[in-house]
Design a protein around this ligand. Structure first.
Ligand code: NDP
Ligand code: PYR
Ligand code: MG
Length: 423
């Protein structure tokens, strides 16, 4: 990043007031009557109703449209374990995206936890007050047990965005990218650099969408995850293959697909040169991808290139998932976000990329045209149709798969965030 861009980012966060979120009031508070309703004595009435039946929290508080964004700061983007407080700008950022794209209120909670169990206990104790919990930037392998335990203990959706949000968007983009490349997921040879939260979930979802596990070579800091390694945790071990390849240089030779969920600058021009025709490169590490997209395009004009960033074409980033997935889940009061809901989101995203792009998106991206192809394999986050398509698909899948506690919403499909509370 240039010094000017760095300063612009700091100024954006600092001015005109520090941070990116604030709280708004939804009821009048000007008169003694208003205050007597909002606080004492009026507030006692909803208290009694909720004590009588916890479901009344959805009627008398903001619970039903409120998501907690919770991190321990152990894997902040691709910046590493920088601690809970340093993760706050990212967590506030997730809150901004929840609100502007899906009309969901959120509060960020940065937890200093001395162990995964301490984190689980902290979150479990406060879970009831939210409509859903979005876990963010928690490193592997701890994130897997944390999510498993919290899903089991909570009857609201608990969703580790870096796993499932990333996987959903990656799978949608990958199906489209391979189509553009004239290849299929079933036969694609895939190299995944990274074996953490995002990488494991992405490869699992690609397998359930048709990729063959034996065609995937995954690498961590020590190189290829192969069946001869004795240092693998159970999550990495699921992807151990019988191979004599040991390095990225070995693995990338002839590969159709590279998925980077690891760290900045780890892929070189030589690596991309060795890939098969029409290589698909998803260099998704934030903020700085595994390979500079300009270098990738110069080296391989036939590349289908995606990053996690907003300033290049093909933004494969979980922002395309979590706001709309939670919207659909909250609106049918789903108890969890299950595989059916994730797969529905994949197809909604994938299909939307094949439709004509609205003028507002072209203007937001200062483009004369955007059409399905090499430089447009996935919708952009500002596309208002995401709210309609993804939320509807997720809500319908929740109803069909039996995890919804309310019917498919009568006010769906949503055309704008102004419609989220219904008519
Ligand atoms: N575009 C998007 O939407 C998203 C992008 N990401 C990006 O994915 C990356 C990983 O995030 P996450 O999974 O949450 O973090 P984790 O900490 O869970 O995983 C990081 C993984 O990267 C591996 N890694 C780090 N450095 C290297 C290296 N030099 N060579 C090979 N592997 C390496 C680690 O290896 P080891 O296991 O050996 O430590 C680990 O497996 C981040 O950069 C993040 O920004 C994440 C979520 C969403
Ligand atoms: C996008 C995101 O969640 C990450 O890079 O961690
Ligand atoms: Mg993240």
């Amino acid at each position: 990043m240039t010094d000017a861009k760095r300063q612009a980012a700091l100024d954006y966060h600092a001015n005109p007031i520090p941070g990116k979120l604030s709280v708004e009031l939804t009821k009048p508070t000007a008169t003694a009557r208003d205050l007597a309703l909002a606080y004492s004595p009026g507030v006692a009435e909803p208290v009694r109703e909720i004590a009588r039946d916890p479901e009344n929290a959805y009627l008398y508080t903001g619970k039903g449209n409120l998501v907690a964004v919770i991190s321990d700061g152990s894997a902040i983007l691709g910046l590493g374990n920088l601690g809970a407080l340093a993760s706050k700008p990212v967590m506030e950022g997730k809150g901004v995206l929840f609100k502007c794209f899906a009309g969901i209120n959120s509060v960020d909670l940065e937890v200093n936890a001395e162990s995964p169990q301490a984190f689980i206990d902290t979150v479990a104790r406060i879970a009831d007050t939210w409509g859903g919990i979005n876990l963010e930037d928690i490193k592997a392998p701890e994130c897997f047990e944390i999510e498993r335990a919290l899903v089991e203990q909570c009857n609201i959706p608990v969703f580790h965005d870096d796993q499932h949000g990333t996987a959903i968007v990656t799978a949608a983009g990958m199906l489209n990218a391979l189509d553009v490349a004239g290849k299929s997921l079933e036969s694609a040879r895939i190299v995944c650099l990274g074996a953490g939260a995002a990488a494991i979930a992405c490869m699992k979802l690609l397998v359930s969408c048709g990729a063959r596990a034996e065609n995937i070579v995954m690498l961590d800091r020590k190189g290829v995850i192969h069946s001869g390694r004795e240092d693998l945790n159970q999550y990495k071990a699921m992807f151990a293959v019988d191979t004599d390849k040991r390095t990225l240089d070995d693995a990338i030779d002839g590969a159709d697909v590279f998925v980077g969920l690891s760290g900045p600058g780890l892929m070189t021009a030589d690596h991309i040169r060795k890939m098969a025709d029409n290589p698909v490169v998803f260099a998704c590490t934030n903020p700085d991808p595994e390979i500079d997209p300009d270098l990738a395009r110069e080296t391989r004009p036939d590349v289908i290139m995606a990053t996690g960033r907003s300033d290049y074409p093909n933004q494969v980033n979980n922002v395309l998932g979590f706001p709309f997935i939670f919207r659909g889940a909250l609106d049918v009061r789903a108890t969890r976000i299950n595989e059916e809901m994730k797969v529905a989101a994949v197809h909604a995203l994938k299909d939307l990329a094949r439709e004509p792009v609205p003028q507002a998106v072209l203007e937001a991206y200062d483009k004369a045209s955007m059409t399905f192809g090499r430089d447009y394999i996935i919708p952009t986050p500002v596309d208002v149709r995401l709210l309609e398509r993804v939320s509807s698909a997720v809500a319908q899948a929740a109803v069909d798969s039996g995890v919804a506690r309310k019917p498919y919403p009568s006010h769906y499909p949503l055309k704008t965030v102004d419609e989220v509370y219904g008519g």
